[in-house]
Ligand binder design. Structure first.
Ligand SMILES: [Mn+2]
Length: 415
């Protein structure tokens, strides 16, 4: 069954659509389209006259729909067997859920249907670029049943099921956004922060034709549209975190984005939570870019961790005080790195007992990634903890036992 509703809107939308060549494991973002089961508006809208026709057409479709649950789809998709019931069921149980199917890949070249991976969710980086990502390992381990819904920080685009009164209550769409792009962020932030939730339901599968090209390969006009739309999402919803969006996308600064007064009013009226809440509860995996470095000493017993060259890490008498602290005892904990000037704490191998040394910092290097675990410092990939072995012998990583003195590192900020 082809979902061919409002497809003349989308015929033009497609020329501006996101599009990497997808592999079945990592399908690219699905841009938006029309709403299903909705009569076509009587008059045709010319894109040159109505720049926001796509988003507006979705709102018009939603207003016209007589059902209590709305299903939004792109025109260039094909639904799979029994795709709709599982999503409707989830919304019936809780009307604040916004439910998306797994989006399979329909080949652009031959319309072949390729199953997408069933353990991906929607994520993004600070430039508000959508990406599919693996479910965090803890959530993956907690899944006892592959049919369980997958909580997702954002939805890919315009394919979802939502209660109509909830859609209206939450303010439909930001109709001052142009054409398409970025509205999935605005909707996703709004749903989470204003009391709802977003999920991908593995029992439901919808195929989608992804385009080959990336939106930023397109002429400037499309990039500007994307900037305007994401800027509106950032300005209305991201609070102080919008600074990271502007750092990641400096070209957005100073670009016009229209008035957001009505959306800010909506946010106040709905009493939505701050973006900090979203960061802490919905998407803690999104790392805040390098925080301002704070120098600390790492204390164990009465001694301080000291680095004298790359291969000489040891505990030594704490020397100096405040800003006069010995340079070799000053550390900056900027997750995931533990750094001293340009060198970072790194393991030499991933097995217990491996020595720890200093090497030039590289936040992408798995051997350099650490996180606090109680008083201990845990190497993120091996799961082992920084250990002095209680003998002030060479520093190694060993099985985490944070209560052991040799694994207790108390960072003390240097005033
Ligand atoms: Mn699409």
């Amino acid at each position: 069954m082809l979902c061919r509703v409002l497809d003349w809107f989308n015929a033009s939308a497609d020329s501006a659509e996101t599009a990497r060549r997808p592999s079945p494991q990592t399908p690219p973002p699905a841009p938006p389209g029309g709403a299903q089961g909705i009569p076509r508006p009587a008059e045709r809208h010319s894109p040159s006259l109505n720049f926001n026709w796509l988003i507006r057409s979705r709102v018009r479709g939603a207003n016209t729909a007589s059902a209590t649950i709305l299903t939004f789809l792109d025109s260039h998709c094909e639904v799979n067997t029994d795709w709709l019931q599982p999503m409707i069921q989830r919304v019936k149980e809780d009307h604040t859920r916004v439910v998306s199917p797994i989006i399979d890949v329909i080949s652009l070249d031959n319309f072949a249907y390729l199953a997408a991976s069933a353990d991906l969710r929607g994520g993004f980086d600070w430039s508000l670029h959508f990406k599919w990502e693996q479910i965090p390992i803890e959530q993956k381990m907690a899944r006892s049943d592959p049919t369980q819904p997958i909580r997702t920080p954002v939805i890919a685009g315009g394919i979802f099921v939502m209660d109509k009164s909830w859609f209206n209550h939450l303010g439909q769409y930001d109709t001052h956004m142009d054409i398409w792009g970025g509205e999935n962020f605005e909707l996703s932030f709004r749903v989470w922060m204003c009391g709802g939730s977003l999920e991908i339901l593995p029992c439901s599968r919808v195929g989608h034709v992804f385009r080959k090209r990336h939106p930023y390969d397109f002429p400037e006009g499309n990039a500007l549209t994307y900037i305007k739309n994401t800027r509106r999402a950032a300005e209305v919803w991201m609070d102080e975190y919008k600074q990271y969006y502007y750092s990641a996308r400096p070209s957005a600064q100073g670009k016009a984005f229209g008035s957001i007064a009505d959306r800010l009013t909506l946010r106040r009226k709905l009493n939505c939570k701050p973006f900090r809440w979203y960061m802490e509860n919905v998407y803690p995996e999104l790392r805040v870019p390098e925080q301002e470095a704070v120098s600390s000493v790492l204390k164990q017993g009465g001694l301080c961790l000291e680095a004298l060259g790359r291969d000489s890490l040891s505990l030594a008498e704490c020397r100096g005080a405040g800003t006069n602290r010995l340079q070799s005892q000053k550390w900056e904990l900027v997750e995931p790195l533990i750094r001293q000037q340009d060198l970072c704490l790194a393991i030499s191998a991933f097995t217990a007992g491996s020595k720890v040394k200093m090497e030039p910092c590289n936040s992408k290097e798995p051997r350099q990634k650490w996180k606090p675990r109680g008083p201990a410092l845990q190497h993120m990939v091996s799961g082992l903890c920084l250990d002095n072995q209680g003998t002030n012998g060479p520093l190694v990583i060993s099985q985490c036992r944070p209560q052991m003195a040799g694994q207790s590192w108390e960072p003390q900020v240097i005033a």
